[in-house]
Each structure stands twice: as structure tokens, then as C-alpha cells.
Design a protein. Structure first.
Length: 457
């Protein structure tokens, strides 16, 4: 009888422990809010001074403070840690600000991020410079990239698309005004298509001209044809479309010249203004050009195809160099993009400021995307596992980079979003011959658009 009572008494705590273990694995956000958050806050408050001392982040107190301590307590004067602000819980972790002591810099705190992570029992610690003398610690309680859930509040807007989730639980926003052109690399089944879907559907609801070049017979971009203003599905069509875009760019430069009183013979390279300086009534609609499998534009088999390739590459380089001021932006996708593709490939890649590298098959491919901007990011891209599609390393020519992962968006839902926003496609007469044919959709096939489901690891 005593044994039965003992088992009954232990049953409650064992069930609670088992439930917590299950929640930590299956529902990490729930576990963090109920169990992980209180424990981490208690650890932080109890061990803050000793942890900072062990990390070498304490400094000698000021002379007046030392005198006050000796006069009031007569105990040994010990080094003091950075002054800590209020602890602000979030759905994914904690945030707190530190006021650095004289002589300290944010790099000192960032160098101890891994030690702080272990001391306070969290998944990761990130350091952000807020203002001179103040840094913010962002503590992440669990792996937010295992099950992607985009934040409810994102910094979106015109030509700004929240397309993925960063490892520090903030949205990765594709901002065309800040980073006009981007290169997205990745092997088959690495998540490039999911990135493309999220980006294209985000732009579909905006007054933006969407143009596609998909030399895989349109299998990637054809489902979004209802929203596309132009689509080329083979190199021959691309060779006809690119000159039209270049001509459209030149016409926009002429518009800028006429509006601002610039001489008609001034070369385009010498014009520093852009379409955003024009009145809204005269401003041309921005154009975003999606190029899927860019290597297909470079591959040639005959002398005639080589001449066509050289012309297309020259036009792409012109669009990359001069398109930003004319409101023309490039989004280039591929598996590899290096000098082995042929003349002009390296020059074109150098114009693509943004870089996103998914899982690749070799180290050389990662270096093609990230090696020239951040060598550490290239090594991080090589470590992406095949079991996590959509995981990528994003960076730009400033040298900064972070891990991101796109949420899962079914193709049918993305295509339905594009069909519903087809009426938003701006009218560009020059692109009318390239507008894809969209067959009428049977009424019985219509259905509601479901919300994106998270990627599961």
C-alpha cells in the first residue's frame, strides 16, 4: 500500500516533467513562455555580476564609488559590471540593454556572446549597437528557424518584402531601395523556389511591374503568369525581351533629363538622380526582373548562340549598372554563378549587391555567392544540412550576414495570390507582346487562399 501511495505521489511531478519535455521538443514557443522564460530570468538576475566578471566585462569602479564602499561597508572594493537596464520578455526570448563602462566597446560584449549563452541557458545571444555607450542583448530562447513563424509586426512597405526569418527572430526584409539587385544561389531542393514564391507573392500586392525569364520552359514562373507583365521561357525569347527592357531604361533616363533640365546628349552614366526625384504623376512604375537559372542564358553550343549570349550578358550588365536609377531591379537565381559560365559572368555578379546562399553542393559555389563579401558567411553556407530546406545565409557588400529561413508557402496558394492580384499589374505598352497567356480558370477549381505553413525540420 505504501508503494502505491509513493507512486501516486510521484505521478504528478513525473507527468509535469514529461509534459515539459514534450512541449520543449514539439512546441518550443509554448515551453519558452511557461518554463524557459522564468528559469532564464532567474539565472540572469542571480548570476549577472559573476557572469560578467568571468567574461572579463567588469571594470574598476570610479574613485568616488570606491570611497563610498569603503566608508559605508568597509569591504573589499570589487570590479563592477556594466549597468543593466530592464529585462523585457518577448515571445522568443529576452531583451535588455547594457550601458558600457568607459573603455569598453560593443565588440567586447559580442566576443563573450557564447559564454553568456551557456551561463544563462538560452539558445543564442546577439549584440546590437544602439547608440554610443549602449548595447542591446537579444537572448533567443529556442531555435526559431526549426519551425518558422514570421513576426506579426514586420517592417514592410513599398518595395519592401518580409521574405524570411532571421536567426535572431526578426524579419529579413528584401528592400529594393536599399539593395537594388540580388543573387540567390542554391542546389536543387535547397529552398530557392520557396524564397522566390514568398518574394514574388509579396510584390504581387504592390503596384510593381513583374517580369520573368525562366529558361526551364517556364516551370518555375508560369504558375504566377497572371501577375507577370512579361515572361520569357527560353533563351530566344529572353534575347528579344532584354533589349526592350534596356530601351525602357533609356527612355526613363530621357524622362529624368527632360524633367531636370539635363542636356539631351549627357551620357546615362553621368546622371546621378533617379525616378524617385520625379513628381508622382510622372514617375514610371518600378520593374523587378526575375531570372531563374541564370546559367541557361550563358550556355551555348554554336557560334551563333555565342553571339546571342554575349549580347544578352551585355544587356544584363547594363541593367545591373544603370537600372537602379531608372527603377529597374534584378533578382537572379541559379545553382552556380562563376567565371566558368563565360565572359561577363564575374562582372555581372559584382553588380549584384545582395547575396543569398542556400545549401550548395561544394565550397566553391558558396564562395561564388559570399566569398567576396564575407568569407565567414561562405563557411556558414557550407554547413547547411539537407534536412533543412529553405535555410540560407544572407549578406550584402557591407560585409554583414545572418542565417535566414523562408516560411513554407504552397505553390497553389502562391499562384492563387497572383491570380487575385492580376488587376494590379501596371500597363507597360512596350512589354505587351511578352505578356504570358493565362487560360481561364474553371470555377470549380477556385478555392480560398490558406496562410503559409511553417517549414518543419
Amino acid at each position: 500500500m505504501t508503494d502505491l501511495v509513493t507512486l501516486a505521489e510521484l505521478g504528478g511531478p513525473l507527468a509535469a516533467i514529461g509534459g515539459a519535455a514534450y512541449a520543449r521538443h514539439a512546441h518550443p514557443a509554448v515551453y519558452w513562455s511557461t518554463v524557459g522564460l522564468p528559469i532564464s530570468v532567474a539565472r540572469l538576475m542571480a548570476s549577472y555580476s559573476s557572469t560578467m566578471d568571468a567574461c572579463g566585462l567588469t571594470v574598476e569602479p570610479s574613485r568616488w564609488r570606491a570611497l563610498a564602499v569603503r566608508a559605508t561597508t568597509r569591504r573589499e572594493v570589487r570590479p563592477v559590471p556594466p549597468r543593466r537596464g530592464l529585462i523585457r520578455p518577448t515571445s522568443t526570448g529576452l531583451r535588455l540593454r547594457l550601458r558600457l563602462a568607459p573603455g569598453q566597446e560593443p565588440a567586447d560584449v559580442a566576443a563573450s556572446a557564447e559564454r553568456l549563452r551557456h551561463a544563462w541557458g538560452v539558445h543564442a545571444v546577439y549584440v546590437r549597437d544602439v547608440k554610443p555607450g549602449v548595447v542591446e542583448l537579444r537572448l533567443i530562447g529556442f531555435d526559431v528557424l526549426r519551425k518558422v513563424r514570421m513576426p506579426r509586426r514586420t517592417d514592410g512597405g513599398f518595395l519592401r518584402v518580409p521574405v524570411a526569418l532571421r536567426e535572431e527572430a526578426t524579419a529579413f526584409v528584401r528592400d529594393y531601395r536599399a539593395v537594388p539587385h540580388e543573387l540567390v544561389l542554391g542546389a536543387t531542393l535547397s529552398g530557392k523556389s520557396m524564397y522566390l514564391r514568398n518574394l514574388l507573392t509579396g510584390l504581387a500586392a504592390q503596384p510593381v511591374v513583374l517580369v520573368g525569364i525562366d529558361c526551364k520552359r517556364g516551370v518555375e514562373l508560369a504558375p504566377f503568369a497572371a501577375r507577370l507583365s512579361a515572361l520569357a521561357t527560353d533563351p530566344d525569347q529572353a534575347a528579344e525581351l532584354l533589349p526592350v527592357l534596356v530601351k525602357e531604361m533609356e527612355d526613363r533616363y530621357d524622362l529624368i533629363k527632360a524633367r531636370q533640365g539635363i542636356a539631351a546628349g549627357t551620357p546615362d552614366e553621368l546622371i546621378t538622380s533617379d525616378i524617385w526625384g520625379l513628381p508622382e504623376s510622372e514617375r514610371p512604375t518600378p520593374i523587378v526582373l526575375f531570372i531563374d537559372e541564370v546559367a541557361e542564358l550563358f550556355l551555348v553550343a554554336t557560334r551563333k548562340e555565342e553571339e546571342r549570349r554575349d549580347e544578352m550578358v551585355t544587356q544584363l550588365i547594363r541593367l545591373a549598372q544603370l537600372g537602379r536609377a531608372a527603377g529597374i531591379y534584378l533578382e537572379v537565381f541559379g545553382q552556380r554563378f562563376g567565371a566558368e559560365l563565360g565572359k561577363g559572368a564575374t562582372m555581372l555578379r559584382a553588380q549584384l549587391t545582395g547575396r543569398v546562399c542556400h545549401r550548395v553542393n561544394d565550397e566553391a559555389s558558396a564562395k561564388m555567392a559570399l566569398g567576396d563579401i564575407a568569407p565567414d558567411a561562405a563557411f556558414a553556407a557550407c554547413a547547411i544540412a539537407a534536412e533543412r530546406p529553405g535555410l540560407a545565409v544572407a549578406g550584402d557588400t557591407s560585409g554583414g550576414w545572418s542565417r535566414i529561413r523562408t516560411p513554407y508557402l504552397p505553390l497553389a496558394d502562391a499562384a492563387a495570390t497572383c491570380r487575385e492580384s492580376a488587376h494590379l499589374a501596371p500597363d507597360v505598352p512596350a512589354l505587351t507582346p511578352f505578356r504570358p497567356y493565362v487560360p481561364p480558370r474553371p470555377v470549380e477549381d477556385a478555392g480560398p487562399v490558406t496562410a503559409p505553413r511553417p517549414v518543419t525540420g
